[in-house]
Design a protein around this ligand. Structure first.
Ligand code: GLA
Length: 385
């Protein structure tokens, strides 16, 4: 029995009916593009959130978290926008969203355990939503893990849990990554129409590693900054007379910027339009095995997020500069920003030096030690036992 199943039996008095898990993610490139109908390129992390679950025949959700060390009861009838608060919203919200879809979902007993660091910008919340969503799908016979369209429907329910119940105005890339990514591949996600393509992503075959640095700088998507960026993009799109910034032609970017009076909106727009173009270029470079070019695009993405979109922070900037200074082909913040994690594309022979350089740069500034680890593209949400 897995340890989370053992904990479940200790907490709830009987073994779970099954165990499901879903991964965290890093986005290779295409940041703050999802809610603009743009392109993103995430991989699923090897680190996963695991949920041991049993179906109930009533409408009570009983939840135990190994990390929080607490057991909470939530009657499903009490779930709705803004309720419950805190980590339980991500679980209760998924059941609520599936029921809102008219699906026959009842209560659950759930025990969750996670390897995805919380608050690190690696989508621990989406991993939690998707692990529980996967469990609900199987336990209530919803069939939402079957094929990619079914998985995309489950991802949408998980997004509504996050937007409507947890109150984070996020864009949906994280849930799509957790449900649609494949092992050894990056997911090219077109957020205009939900189209996906799987792009081979095997850095070790090319003698490189993807190094993640969790800066441990606070990262919170419900504090207003993320939503301000999203609303600024909506204002820019409306001033330009388009539905989303995806509709701005990169070749006509200067002309579009000239039509925006507000400097902030100009910079936000420039980031989004150039970032979407960088995703296309990165996919072409990955397909052609041109890792130097991928590295260059990572660096350009970081500068754009730092200067035009203003979602970086000192810890992210320093981790990126230190990694590049120690031989990384490129590095950038990943995820929503304002803290969280960066990624660096590093030749295998320079990986140790890059990690050391990042650690030393943090120590010199008196910052707490970051957590550095190499990742590969892992599998999506699934039933484990
Ligand atoms: C967070 C959100 C995503 C996406 C990224 C930025 O991870 O949850 O929807 O907007 O930030 O790319």
């Amino acid at each position: 029995m897995t340890s989370v199943a053992g904990t479940h039996r200790d907490v709830f008095g009987s073994a779970p009916e099954g165990v499901w898990s879903a991964p965290g993610r890093v986005n290779l490139i295409g940041e703050h593009t999802d809610y603009n109908g743009g392109l993103a390129l995430p991989i699923a992390l090897p680190q996963r959130t695991t949920a041991a679950c049993s179906a109930r025949t009533d409408d009570l959700l009983r939840l135990h978290s190994v990390q929080a060390g607490e057991t909470v009861e939530v009657p499903l009838g009490d779930v709705g926008p803004g309720s419950p608060e805190g980590w339980t919203a991500y679980v209760a919200g998924v059941l609520w969203a599936l029921r809102e879809d008219g699906l026959p979902v009842r209560g659950l007993d759930v025990t969750v355990d996670s390897e995805v660091p919380v608050g690190a910008g690696l989508s621990s919340s989406a991993a939690l939503e998707c692990a529980v969503g996967a469990a609900a799908s199987d336990l209530f016979g919803l069939g939402l893990l079957g094929d990619d369209p079914a998985r995309a429907r489950l991802a949408e329910a998980c997004v509504r849990a996050e937007n409507d119940v947890a109150g984070a105005a996020t864009g949906g890339m994280d849930q799509s990554a957790a449900l649609l990514c494949r092992e050894g591949e990056a997911l090219l996600l077109d957020c205009r129409d939900g189209a996906t393509e799987h792009i081979p992503f095997d850095l070790s075959a090319a003698g490189h590693v993807l190094l993640v640095t969790d800066t441990r700088a606070a990262h919170e998507l419900t504090d207003g900054q993320y939503e301000q960026r999203r609303r600024a993009c909506e204002r820019a799109a409306s001033a330009l007379g388009v539905g989303t910034l995806r509709e701005v032609d990169p070749d006509g970017l200067d002309a579009a910027l000239a039509r925006l009076e507000d400097d902030e909106l100009r910079r936000r727009t420039r980031h989004v339009v150039t970032e979407i173009a960088r995703v296309e270029q990165a996919v072409a470079a990955l397909r052609g095995g041109e890792l130097d070019e991928v590295g260059r695009l990572f660096r350009a993405s970081h500068v754009s997020l730092r200067d035009d979109y203003e979602v970086s922070c000192a810890e992210l900037d320093v981790s990126v500069e230190a990694a590049v200074g120690a031989g990384a082909l490129g590095a950038r913040m990943t995820g929503g920003g304002f803290g969280g994690s960066s990624i660096a594309l590093v030749p295998e022979g320079s990986a140790e030096a890059a990690e050391r350089a990042v650690r030393e740069a943090f120590a010199e500034r008196g910052w707490s030690a970051p957590s550095c680890f190499a990742v590969t593209a892992g599998p999506p949400a699934r039933r484990d036992a």
